[in-house]
Write a protein that binds this ligand. Structure first.
Ligand SMILES: C[S@@+](CC[C@H](N)C(=O)[O-])C[C@H]1O[C@@H](n2cnc3c(N)ncnc32)[C@H](O)[C@@H]1O
Length: 253
């Protein structure tokens, strides 16, 4: 699906965007163990629930668009939209995926993003993003996400969901040993990209956006998210994937 006429042109050429996205993928792989298995589960469940591939998909907090790209290549007839607040990451997504994925700027901490994204989606995904929001905004997010889903549409939320119900030996409560390394790699990635002269205006915009917006680092057990989804009106909700402290919840509108 083509980007909208209002979308800013990509600043980076494709080769540059691809290179930065590759190193981003390595950093994210350090944070989320078995990320590929999460993405495969997410896609298989989305197909199984509808009995066919989704046709209208929204990836929220989609960053540079790795998941959006996978979904676009797996479901070639689907219209995939990626929304994020970060102009630098949106530039990477646009540089690599122009013509394949529609990109939108949007802030999940206010309900206004729903008007921008529109409705009727049969799949909404949000991976490693909700922990940026404080609990009240996460609760509100579930209601907002439901508004943009078609009846019977599926929301999949993957994030840190440490679970007291599981033995600590399974690593469901404690940080994985690689997380500190991943934090360093994350800081290095941002330091490196900050050297790109081409991106200076977007880096300045990014700094202004995040200046008074520290990540809330809110994490809650899967049961908290399941309850929040049900309270927001989702009919069915449950955990579909877990690896250590990371889990994914599926909720049906
Ligand atoms: C850890 S990254 C994950 C990105 C992507 N989902 C992935 O798995 O590669 C978190 C993402 O959430 C986005 N984000 C944080 N706060 C946001 C907000 N209020 N609204 C929209 N996106 C937000 C960040 O810009 C970033 O792209």
């Amino acid at each position: 699906m083509a980007t909208t006429a209002r979308a800013p042109a990509a600043l980076l050429d494709r080769a540059q965007a691809v290179r930065w996205r590759e190193s981003w993928a390595q950093v994210m792989g350090g944070f989320v163990p078995h990320l590929a298995s999460l993405e495969e589960t997410l896609c298989s469940v989305a197909e199984a629930v509808r009995g066919r591939a989704p046709t209208r998909v929204l990836d929220l907090g989609g960053g540079p668009g790795l998941l959006a790209e996978r979904m676009a290549r797996r479901w070639t007839d689907a219209a995939i939209t990626l929304m994020d607040i970060d102009p630098v990451l949106l530039a990477l997504a646009r540089g690599a995926l122009a013509g394949e994925v529609r990109t939108l700027e949007g802030d999940l901490s206010t309900p206004r993003w729903v008007d921008r994204a529109g409705g009727g989606y049969d799949l909404v995904t949000v991976v490693m993003t909700l922990h940026y929001l404080p609990p009240a905004q996460v609760r509100a997010f579930y209601a907002d996400a439901r508004r943009c889903l078609a009846l019977g549409g599926l929301l999949i939320v993957a994030d840190l969901m440490p679970d007291e119900g599981l033995p600590s030996l399974m690593g469901a409560l404690n940080p994985a040993p690689g997380e500190a390394v991943a934090e360093l790699a994350w800081a290095r990635w941002w330091n490196d990209i900050a050297e790109m002269d081409l991106l200076r205006p977007l880096l300045a915009q990014r700094a202004a956006i995040f200046e008074n917006r520290l990540p809330a680092e809110f994490t809650a057990p899967g049961s908290w998210h399941t309850t929040a989804a049900r309270e927001a009106g989702f009919g069915e909700a449950g955990i579909l994937w877990r690896c250590g402290r990371h889990a994914a919840l599926a909720a049906m509108a």
